[in-house]
Structure formats: structure tokens, C-alpha cells
Design a binder for this molecule. Structure first.
Ligand code: PEP
Ligand code: MG
Length: 577
């Protein structure tokens, strides 16, 4: 009898293969250590830390040269943690205080650290918790003499790997061992492991609670990375169905691969710019690999997270310079700090108002705290001397904010000039349209800026009054709401009338279901996560924009709200899966 288990699908694709449990849950027990043996126990702990360090260094050397993801930096982060007092000195203190064994002290410290992470509101920071777990598990395994995880030894070709959790380093090695897919008991869609599975295109499901209870090592499994589904012991009809879906998926990928390096041009000859969104400097490896036209959104606030003090001008400059140089001539759109709301950082103290999403965030925060904003403006200007850099201002609500930012940029230019520091004189400055009021007055913004970019994630949040991080109202999040579509269209039209480019960098831009709709609205620049690039390109290259335009015009003007999804689907009707 087949059994189905649901988790979160984080990387699409179908896999059929034998289950391989990588390792069981580590069971850690408390035991009392007599005072005269405590020093020995502490030495055992420190030796385990040393072994963990040696394992990680060895692993770093084994990273295959053709890995497209900068996995070395993940391993370096874990090595740094092995020097951190919170993870290394604190357990020693706990051993002395409680007279307990090393495993137990490490578990107590792990629980304390994880508790702090879990109380954080920031989804990205919560994912750093996974790194803490990965490092602690490695030490625990050594203490428990379970040796290395079997990613580092066994052959796993065509297996569906099942694990409590996987480190990013393990994930890369698994891919090189030819696994078919993986599923983990824990983890979320924003974890580095989930991000890696998408970059490496390994079908994956995370958060599949009950793996250990319901699945058996060696049994046949089907994994559907799109639906987040695992099926154990499938019958013949299920196997036939999923084999056909796997073949269709393989074909789809092969077709998409052929598009890498090709331009995005519609059937009627309109060239479309396909850009990527990045959060971290290492993301540029994938940008180059997927031959994107550049970066349409660099979320710089990630540089300000996980630290006690904000980065100074010099550190920001070095970071932006390395990114633009790494892009080898492709343009880099640096968004100025978009902190606040769901992206709070410790280094600036908590500034949550009663309604953080409507409060002091993004450009509002920057204009209020010039000691935060000025170094970033100077760093961006300085980086512009090293490659094509554009600057983008988030969350604009009125044109006074644009004037203030432009005045500050001029001030920074003058100061740099006086000091003889290089910058590009023609840095293009654009703004994000993310607030309904800004979309309604997009023409005024277009008159003052060099480009606009539509942030649909926030635009939808504010238009429909739904907190984008609140699960309870998630069902109302609707990119096809007629009000949202009108605001997008107004922004695109305002840019066209002013003769400036308009891009879209919210999630809607990377969703191929909406590509034709957006093309028909006149959008010519799309910025998205790199894994969506070829799929969106495929839709563009099979579309005729001239014939989409009247259909989309009609859809926007006369179609009743309830019929819009079906009409949008019909625009895509000649696309094959
Ligand atoms: C958006 O709001 O659509 C956007 C791209 O910005 P972020 O998701 O970083 O708020
Ligand atoms: Mg936004």
C-alpha cells in the first residue's frame, strides 16, 4: 500500500529511486562527570573541535573545480564558527558548572543559541540557525564516534537521500555523487541548502516531518519537488504516471538548457532584458553561469545582517566593487538599504513601530539617519568607477524623497571630487515603485529619475493591505487582482511616456505564468532569481508581443475580476509543459 508524505517543495523535478537514510537522529544523553575527570572531558571536547576543523579543511579541498556555487565560503563560515566563543568556550563553562559530559553541554548551548534565533522575526536570520546546527552536529558526531556523514564516503548514485538536515557543503558533494533527489525532516525554503538545491537543480523537499517514522531504508520512493510530495512503495499505476512526468520534466530542462547564452527576443523581434536578483556577493557566480544581462536588484541590506556594527564605507565599497568587477561588464543595480519591517538588524537597534511595514523603513530610515545613508551613497559612487553601476531607491512614496536623495548624491559627488576620489559621472539613479501612491503618480517619479523598477512583493502587500509575512492572510496575496494590474500598467506607461526604462524585480517577474501578461502590458525588463531565467526566456521567445497587446488591453479594461486568471491562462495556452 502506497504512503504519501508532504513537506515543502523547494526545487522542482520528479525523482524515482531507492531511499537512502544518511544518518539517524543524534541521541544525546546527560551523564555526570566526577570533578577529577572534568579536565579530561574538556580535553575530549576540544579534540573533537579540532577533528571537526580538520574534516572541514579536508572537505574544502575536495570541492570539485566545476562547482558553480561558491561552496568554499559556506565551509569557511563553518570554520569561523569553530573559533567562536559562543560555540566553543560556552560549552566548556557549562561542563564546569554542571559537571556534565561534553555532548550534553554542547546540546544545552545549542538549545540556548537556537532559542535566540527562533525568536527573531527575520526569515533570513532564522536560516543562519541551520549553520549553527550543522557545526554542532558535526562535533556531536565526532564525540559520539559516529564519524563522518556518509556524503563523504558511500556511493549514492540515483538514490533519494533522506536526512534530518543537510549542510550546504554536504549538498554539493551529494550532487557530485549523482544522487537523484533529497528530502530532509527539517529546514525551510529560505535555507542555504534549499537555495543550493535550486541552483544545482536537484529535486528537493524540506520539512518532511516523519521521514524517520514512515520511510524505510532501501524502499522505492517517488519524490515530487514541485508539490513537496514523497510517495513510498508506489504501485505500478503511480510509477507509470510519475515516470511520464519525469520524462516530461527532463525534456523541459534540456530545452531550457539550450537557451543559456541565447538572447531573449520575442517572435516579433522585441529584445527583452533578463536580469537577476541577488542577495549576497557570491550569487554572481550563478548570474554569470546563466548569462543574465546583469543584476536588476542587489539587496544590500543582507550585508548589514548577522553583525554587531554596520559595515563602514570602506567595507561597502570593497564589497560593491568586487560584485561589479565579478560581473565582467554586465550592469549592477545596487538598491540602497531597504531595512525595517521584516528586515530588522541588531546593529541599528530595534526601530519597530506599531506597524513596521508602514513605518520607518527603507529610504525613510536612510533619510532620517544620514550617518547610515551617506557612507552607502559614497560607497556606491566609488564602486561606479569600477564597472557599470546603477543606484536604485526602495519604497519611494513621494517625489520630495527623490529630491532629497538626489541632493545627497550630489553632495557626495562634490566631496569625492574635492578629495580626488574616482566615481562615474553618469551614475544612473532609479526608484522602486512599491507603494500604490507611487504607482498612481509614477509619471512624476519618471520625470525625476533615470529608470523605475516595480517591486510587486510590496506593491501587492500595500495595495491589498496584506502583511506579506503573515501566513493567515497569505491567501489574499494576488498578483492578478485588477487593482494590482492597473498600478503595474500605469507605471509601465508612465515610464514609456517619459522615455525611461521600467523593470520589474518582484517575484511576479520570475513567474512564467505571468510573462505573457507582462509582455502584453509593455514590460521589457524582468529581474528574477537566476533559476527562473531560462523558463521566462522560453516564454518570451515563443511570444508575439504585437498580438498579445490587444488581448491584454482587453483583459485590463473589460474583463471581470473573477475571469482574469482564466484569461491569463488562455494567453499561455500554446505553451507546452
Ligand atoms: C519587492 O517588494 O517586490 C522587492 C523586489 O523588494 P523586496 O522583496 O526586497 O521587498
Ligand atoms: Mg520591496
Amino acid at each position: 500500500m502506497s504512503l504519501a508524505l508532504y513537506g515543502i517543495g523547494v526545487s522542482r523535478g520528479i525523482a524515482i529511486g531507492k531511499a537512502h537514510f544518511m544518518r539517524g537522529i543524534l541521541e544525546v544523553l546527560e551523564s555526570a562527570i566526577p570533578p577529577d575527570l572534568l579536565d579530561d572531558e574538556i580535553r575530549r571536547f576540544l579534540a573533537a573541535v579540532e577533528t571537526a576543523r580538520a574534516q572541514l579543511r579536508a572537505l574544502r579541498k575536495r570541492i570539485p573545480a566545476n562547482t558553480s556555487v561558491d561552496i568554499a565560503s559556506f565551509i569557511d563560515a563553518h570554520l569561523l564558527m569553530l573559533d567562536d566563543a559562543t560555540l566553543i568556550h560556552a560549552p566548556v563553562e557549562l561542563m564546569r558548572k554542571h559537571g556534565c559530559n561534553a555532548e550534553w553541554a554542547l546540546k544545552l548551548q545549542r538549545d540556548a543559541v537556537v532559542d535566540v534565533f527562533e525568536r527573531m522575526d527575520d526569515a533570513y536570520l532564522r536560516t543562519r540557525r541551520d549553520d549553527v546546527d550543522h557545526v554542532i552536529n558535526r562535533i556531536q558526531r565526532i564525540l559520539l564516534e559516529k564519524n563522518q556523514p556518509d556524503t563523504e564516503s558511500a556511493s549514492l548514485v540515483d538514490c533519494i537521500v533522506l536526512a534530518d538536515d543537510l549542510t550546504p557543503a554536504e549538498t554539493v558533494l551529494l550532487e557530485h555523487q549523482g544522487i537523484a533527489a533529497f528530502a530532509t525532516e527539517y529546514g525551510g525554503p529560505l535555507s542555504h541548502t534549499a537555495i543550493l538545491s535550486r541552483s544545482m537543480e536537484i529535486p528537493a523537499v524540506v520539512g518532511a516531518h516523519g521521514l524517520h517514522n514512515y520511510l524505510r531504508d532501501g524502499e522505492l520512493l517517488i519524490l515530487d519537488g514541485l508539490q513537496g510530495l514523497l510517495i513510498a512503495d508506489p504501485d505500478e499505476s503511480l510509477l507509470t504516471h510519475y515516470r511520464a512526468r519525469a520524462r516530461a520534466e527532463q525534456l523541459r530542462r534540456r530545452e531550457l538548457d539550450l537557451l543559456t547564452g541565447q538572447p531573449a527576443v520575442s517572435r516579433d523581434g522585441v529584445a527583452i532584458r533578463l536580469l537577476t536578483n541577488i542577495e549576497l556577493p557570491e550569487d554572481i557566480t550563478a548570474v554569470n553561469h546563466h548569462s543574465a544581462d546583469g543584476v536588476g536588484l542587489y539587496r544590500t541590506e543582507f550585508l548589514f545582517m548577522n553583525r554587531d556594527k554596520p559595515p563602514d564605507e570602506e567595507e561597502q565599497f570593497e564589497c560593491y566593487r568586487s560584485v561589479v568587477e565579478g560581473l565582467q561588464g554586465r550592469p549592477l543595480t545596487i538598491r540602497t538599504l531597504d531595512l525595517g519591517a521584516d528586515k530588522q538588524v541588531d546593529s541599528l537597534g530595534s526601530r519597530c513601530g506599531a506597524n513596521p511595514a508602514l513605518g520607518l523603513r527603507a529610504v525613510r530610515l536612510c533619510l532620517k539617519d544620514l550617518s547610515l545613508f551617506r557612507p552607502q551613497l559614497r560607497a556606491i559612487l566609488r564602486a561606479s568607477a569600477h564597472g557599470p553601476v546603477h543606484m536604485m531607491i526602495p519604497m519611494l512614496s513621494n517625489t520630495q524623497e527623490v529630491r532629497q536623495v538626489l541632493a545627497l548624491v550630489n553632495e557626495a559627488r562634490n566631496a569625492l571630487q574635492r578629495s580626488g576620489i574616482a566615481f562615474a559621472p553618469d551614475l544612473r539613479i532609479g526608484g522602486m515603485i512599491e507603494i500604490p501612491g507611487a504607482a498612481l503618480s509614477a509619471a512624476e517619479f519618471a520625470a525625476q529619475l533615470d529608470f523605475l523598477s516595480i517591486g510587486t512583493n510590496d506593491l501587492i502587500q500595500y495595495t491589498l493591505a496584506i502583511d506579506r509575512v503573515d501566513d493567515e492572510v497569505n491567501y489574499l496575496y494576488d498578483p492578478l487582482h485588477p487593482a494590482v494590474l492597473r498600478l503595474i500598467k500605469m507605471t509601465i506607461d508612465a515610464g514609456a511616456a517619459a522615455g525611461i526604462p521600467v523593470a520589474m524585480c518582484g517575484e511576479m517577474a520570475g513567474d512564467p505564468r505571468y510573462t505573457r501578461l507582462l509582455l502584453g502590458m509593455g514590460l521589457t525588463e524582468f529581474s528574477m532569481h537566476h533559476t527562473s531565467l531560462q523558463e521566462v526566456k522560453r516564454v518570451i521567445n515563443t511570444s508575439n508581443i504585437a498580438s498579445l497587446r490587444p488581448l491584454v488591453d482587453e483583459l485590463l479594461t473589460t474583463t471581470k475580476a473573477g475571469q482574469i486568471p482564466a484569461r491569463v491562462e488562455s494567453l499561455n495556452s500554446n505553451l507546452t509543459e
